[in-house]
Design a protein around this ligand. Structure first.
Ligand code: AVJ
Length: 323
C-alpha cells in the first residue's frame, strides 16, 4: 500500500524520537508486550490516580496517611536542622504537608515529579502555606539520574519516597534506585519510604480492580495518551483492564488485554495483537517488613525504624545511609 509506505518513511528513526516514543515502540515490539508505568501520569492520568487514592478499595493512601498523622513527631526526628527534604514522585502534596507541619527544621523542599502540571501547581500552594520554606521543584523522571538544585548543595538531605512507588520496580531495580538515592542524598542522610505489605489476595485484587472502574480508566488512559502523543489508533473499546495478584512473585500485575486479533498503528509502526494478548503495564510489588528491610540492607542502607497502620496493611521505614 503506497500510502502506508509513505507514512512509514515520514517517521523519524527510532533513536531520534522522544523517550516516550522509544519506550512505547520497544515495549510493544517486545514479547510479551509491556509499557513502563511511569507513563500513566500525563495530566489526565495524574488526575485519575488522585481519584484512585479516594476509592474505598484502595487502602494504601489512607493507611499511609494514618501512619504519617500518628507518627509525624517520630518521623520528624529524621530531619536535621535546616535540611532539605527531597520527595521522589511528589504528585499531590497531601503527605508531605503532614511532615512539613511537624518538622519546622526543614528549610527546603525539593519535589521531584515527571508530571509538570501538578508539580508547579502544588509548589505554588506550598509556598503560600509555608512562607518560610524554600520550595524548589524539579521536573524529572527519578528513575533516571537527575541533579538536585544548586541551592541545597551545602545542606543535609532527607529523602521521602511515599506511596509504595518503590513497588513499581523489579527488586533488582529497587536495589539500584536505593543505591542511587543513597549517593545523591549523601552519607548520614535518611530515607523515609512507604512500602505496601503482602496481605490477603482478595484485598489486593479489589484495590487494583475497583467496582467503579477508575483503575480500569487509569490503565486504559495509557492508550489514549499513545493515540494523542504518538499518532496511535488504539480502539479503547477493544481492550480490557486485567489486574491480579501473582502470589509467587508477591506482586499485583496490571495488563491491557486485546479482546480480538487486530493491528494497531503506533508512531508509524503496525503492532499486531493476538486475541487475548496483553500489554503488561504495571507491577506493584508487595513486601513483608523483613523482606523490605533485607532489600534496604542489600542496597547500602540501614533500617532503623518501621511503623505500620493499625491494620498492618502498609509500612513506612526509616533508613539511614551509613556510607
Ligand atoms: C503509585 C505505584 C504506588 O502501585 O498502587 C494504583 C499505582 N496502579 N492503582 C500502586 C496504581 C493502580 C500505585 N503506585
Amino acid at each position: 500500500m503506497a500510502a502506508q509506505t509513505r507514512a512509514a518513511f515520514r517517521y523519524e528513526p527510532i533513536e531520534t524520537e522522544s523517550p516516550f516514543a522509544r519506550d512505547v515502540v520497544a515495549g510493544l515490539t517486545a514479547r510479551p508486550k509491556r509499557l513502563p508505568p511511569k507513563y500513566f501520569y500525563d495530566e489526565a492520568g495524574a488526575r485519575l490516580f488522585e481519584d484512585i487514592t479516594e476509592l474505598p478499595e484502595y487502602y494504601p493512601t489512607r493507611c499511609e496517611l494514618e501512619i504519617l498523622r500518628e507518627r509525624a513527631p517520630e518521623i520528624a526526628r529524621f530531619f536535621p536542622e535546616s535540611s532539605a527534604l527531597v520527595e521522589f514522585g511528589s504528585g499531590s502534596s497531601k503527605k508531605v504537608r503532614i511532615l512539613l507541619t511537624a518538622a519546622p527544621t526543614i528549610a527546603a523542599y525539593v519535589p521531584v515529579d515527571i508530571s509538570s502540571q501538578m508539580l508547579v501547581q502544588e509548589a505554588d500552594e506550598l509556598r503560600r502555606d509555608y512562607p518560610s520554606l524554600k520550595v524548589l521543584p524539579v521536573e524529572a523522571d527519578f528513575t533516571q539520574p537527575f541533579a538536585l538544585p544548586a541551592e541545597v548543595a551545602g545542606t543535609a538531605h532527607t529523602g521521602f519516597f511515599p506511596g509504595s512507588t518503590i513497588g513499581n520496580f523489579e527488586p533488582h531495580e529497587a536495589c539500584a534506585f536505593l543505591r542511587h538515592a543513597g549517593r545523591m542524598l549523601g552519607q548520614r542522610a535518611s530515607l523515609i519510604i512507604g512500602v505496601d505489605l503482602v496481605k490477603d489476595p482478595n484485598i489486593l485484587n479489589a484495590a487494583y480492580d475497583d467496582a467503579a472502574g477508575v483503575t480500569a480508566k487509569f490503565n486504559l488512559n495509557l492508550l489514549t495518551r499513545i493515540n494523542r502523543e504518538l499518532d496511535g489508533n488504539f480502539d479503547l473499546a477493544t481492550f480490557s483492564h486485567h489486574a491480579f495478584y501473582n502470589s509467587e512473585r508477591h506482586r499485583i500485575e496490571m495488563h491491557l488485554a486485546s479482546n480480538k486479533r487486530q493491528k494497531v498503528r503506533v508512531a508509524g509502526r503496525m503492532i499486531e495483537f493476538r486475541a487475548g494478548e496483553t500489554i503488561h503495564t504495571e507491577n506493584s510489588y508487595k513486601y513483608s517488613l523483613e523482606s523490605f528491610a533485607a532489600l534496604a540492607r542489600g542496597s547500602g542502607w540501614t533500617p532503623v525504624s518501621v511503623w505500620t497502620d493499625a491494620g498492618s496493611n502498609f509500612s513506612i521505614h526509616a533508613l539511614v545511609n551509613e556510607g
